[in-house]
Design a protein. Structure first.
Length: 66
C-alpha cells in the first residue's frame, strides 16, 4: 500500500459509488478503502518510475503496469 497518511482518501467516494451503481452493482463498505490503497500504490510506483528516468514530472505512461 502507499505511504500516504493513514486514512487519506485520494478518491471521490460518491463518484466511485455512482460508477459502480451504474454497472448494476453495490459497493461494499471496504471497497473504497481497497481501491484507494491501490491508487496510492500506483502513484508511488509512477513517481519512482519518473525519478528512475531522470524526471520530476509524472506522465500518463508512468501509471501503466505491465
Amino acid at each position: 500500500m502507499g505511504k500516504g497518511k493513514k486514512g487519506e482518501m485520494y478518491l471521490v467516494g460518491s463518484k466511485v459509488k455512482a460508477a459502480i451503481k451504474a454497472k448494476g452493482c453495490n459497493t461494499a463498505g471496504d471497497a473504497l478503502e481497497g481501491l484507494n490503497g491501490w491508487v496510492c500504490w500506483l502513484v508511488e510506483q509512477a513517481a519512482k518510475r519518473a525519478k528512475a528516468n531522470g524526471r520530476k514530472t509524472v506522465r500518463a505512461y508512468d501509471f501503466i503496469v505491465m
